[in-house]
Design a protein. Structure first.
Length: 378
């Protein structure tokens, strides 16, 4: 999944290599700031005027054994390595430049991570930068393991996002894990397609219900069913997201991307609950999804909560703002008995987690505890 940002050239391009390239005054960076050393070299070139236009790029790339300089070979015009700095594990950072004699020279710095690559391309014209980022976009079609779905996890301190993946989980394979009302709502939601979603339909999806009713598995099924045209983004720190406008814009993503971005906030009780006075979290969420900030965005926000329906802020669930508000209810006694194959009678409503426990699908190691004997407490 790629992301670009660009800077326009301000003057006529000089000829790279006209003067010797020296980074001696930045040598200490490699030992002290390995993760940003090549960036420092790159922006030194920009400061000197060796490059005057830049384009930033980030994309997912899955290469057996992790991404290395070899991942770039053939993806961009021929290059030579100017600097290569090791980082954590197999990750590395590299500064490359076009081979001498290239009629349209360029420089680029890339951070090579296990499952994604990010960097900046610099050249004498924005057209050349775009040519190289387009080549990277074309080359990033490395086959993804067919039985997995990739998603990103963002934190305020990791705004490039860490790529994760889970095994595909089609809706039909788990639909029997939900009682009729919940199942009907999820069935309609998973069958929606990109063309069905627009500003008029809203940008909020709300999953609410007791713990153990299958909300997380429903998210997996939704991302699986939408995987051809949507990508999931998990935000691990919702409080920081709503308190940092720059972080919020990063999570919202590039407006030029064609794929839908589903921003997921799990256990967002503090955000969705109705309070005497509306908190800043709800206000900023509404700006993200229904204000001018949402204009041109290809983004939905999916929130999960254990709060009961009457505790939800009604501003989030009104038509035109909320695509779906699905309640995750326990199975009735009759439904639970049927779900367990009729071999175990429920005796009352049960959540999915409780059904699995009754069926022996999940177990918990427990030890017996005894009351402490009387005596002096020290």
């Amino acid at each position: 999944m790629s992301n670009h940002s660009e800077s326009e050239p301000a003057t006529t391009a000089p000829v790279p290599y006209a003067t010797p390239v020296s980074f001696d005054h930045l040598a200490g960076y490699e030992s002290s700031y390995a993760a940003t050393a090549t960036d420092a070299y790159f922006w030194e070139l920009f400061r000197r005027g060796d490059i005057i236009a830049t384009a930033r790029v980030s994309f997912r790339a899955q290469t057996p054994g992790g991404n290395t300089v070899d991942t770039l070979v053939g993806a961009i015009p021929p290059f030579e390595i100017a600097r290569h700095v090791g980082m954590r594990g197999t990750d590395s950072s590299v500064l490359v430049r076009s081979v001498p004699g290239d009629p349209d020279p360029y420089w680029a710095t890339f951070d090579l991570y296990t499952e994604n690559i990010s960097g900046v391309v610099g050249a004498g014209s924005l057209a050349r930068c775009r040519e190289i980022t387009a080549a990277l976009d074309k080359a990033r079609s490395t086959p993804v393991i067919e039985n997995t779905v990739a998603f990103q996890v963002f934190t305020e301190n990791e705004q490039w996002g860490n790529w994760r993946k889970f095994n595909k989980c089609g809706w039909e394979s788990i639909s029997s894990n939900y009682p009729v009302g919940t199942r009907d709502g999820l069935d309609r939601l998973t069958k929606l397609r990109h063309e069905d979603l627009n500003d008029a339909s809203g940008r909020i999806i709300l999953f609410h219900g007791r713990p153990g009713t299958g909300k997380t598995w429903a998210i997996r099924a939704l991302l699986t069913e939408w995987s051809e045209w949507a990508e999931g983004v998990i935000v691990a720190d919702a409080e920081a997201l709503f308190g940092n406008p720059g972080y919020m814009l990063t999570v919202l993503g590039d407006t030029r991307k064609k794929s839908l971005r589903v921003v997921i906030l799990e256990d967002a009780d503090d955000v969705v609950r109705r309070h005497d006075a509306r908190g800043p979290g709800v206000a900023r969420l509404l700006n993200m999804t229904d204000g001018m900030m949402s204009a041109g965005q290809n983004t939905l926000v999916l929130l999960t909560t254990n709060a009961p329906p009457d505790a939800l802020d009604q501003a989030l669930t009104r038509p035109g703002r909320c695509i779906a508000a699905i309640g995750f209810e326990p199975f009735s006694a009759a439904e639970a008995t049927e779900r367990m194959g009729g071999t175990v009678r429920a005796g009352g409503p049960l959540t999915l987690a409780e059904i699995y426990e009754r069926m022996g699908v999940v177990t918990m190691i427990e030890t017996e505890t005894t009351a402490p004997s009387g005596g002096q407490y020290l």
